[in-house]
Design a protein around this ligand. Structure first.
Ligand code: ADE
Length: 258
């Protein structure tokens, strides 16, 4: 996959893109990044990229000309009809980024991300070019650079070959619609804190049942909204509604652990 990022702060990306998963994926030639400095597409002496909004109001807006020129340059030779490239604008007004959207975008050979300007962008950029407006959450950041990295990370880790097979299972468990169960490594006891006995039992059926229950409990307490779409058996649904109404201490597989 090729990821083009248009930004006013190209230096923002230097260290993250040379680290961890981004570095690994680029070394394996599974992904390539091109960071474009929007300011380089200005033609005035002071390289001005923003201007006051027509009609008044606070703040400055990213001007259309440098972004249009940058996109025309980046997309040279790209025939939109045969191979449309998603053009993403990072904005708090966008669709909430999610794992299903990451999977959808990861299917493309190429994507472009325009890092939104902290105070807004001229709407003609959105109207003429943008195919996806994406927000990474209901809070306002000072620019679109962190969202661009968040989106890129979520996509890159889905590229076949980027993660080892053991790591990729983690994604499957989130994509299954429930939060992950708690995990522990050695030592089995640390500062008086013990790893649950079931995990040391070697009984794989019991371990799987315990993990499933923990996922259900965690999801019910931290993200109950996810339960609506998750794939639960009717036994699990009954158990959870019993827990919520306080009438149930049995687990789907037996007694509650501990
Ligand atoms: N720019 C500023 N805040 C943002 C957010 N929450 N998501 C995406 N882009 C943003």
């Amino acid at each position: 996959m090729r990821i083009d990022i248009l930004t006013l702060f190209p230096q923002f990306f230097s260290t993250p893109l040379q680290s961890a998963i981004f570095q690994r994926a680029q070394e394996k030639a599974l992904v390539s990044f091109n960071i474009w400095n929007i300011r380089q597409y200005t033609h005035d002496k002071h390289h001005v990229v923003d201007d006051y909004p027509f009609g008044g109001g606070a703040g400055m807006l990213l001007k259309p000309e440098p972004v249009f020129e940058a996109l025309e340059d980046i997309l040279q030779g790209q025939t939109a009809k045969t191979d449309p490239v998603p053009i993403i604008l990072t904005t708090p007004q966008g669709e909430k980024f999610s794992q299903p959207l990451a999977h959808k975008l990861a299917q493309h050979r190429r994507i472009i991300i325009i890092c939104g300007h902290y105070e807004g962008v001229d709407d003609r950029i959105r109207e003429h070019w943008v195919t996806h407006e994406i927000s990474i959450g209901d809070y306002v950041l000072s620019g679109g650079e962190l969202p661009a990295l968040v989106i890129s990370d979520a996509l890159v880790r889905l590229m076949p070959g980027v993660l080892g097979s053991e790591e990729s299972a983690t994604d499957d468990s989130f994509s299954g619609g429930l939060l992950e169960y708690p995990q522990f490594t050695r030592p089995a006891e640390f500062h008086g804190l013990k790893v649950p006995d079931v995990l040391l039992s070697g009984n794989h059926a019991k371990i799987s049942a315990w993990r499933r229950e923990q996922s259900l409990l965690k999801t019910a307490s931290q993200r109950p909204d996810l339960l609506e779409k998750a794939c639960l058996s009717s036994k699990e649904k009954d158990w959870l509604s019993g827990l919520i109404s306080g009438t149930n201490r049995e687990t789907p597989s037996g007694k509650l652990p501990g």
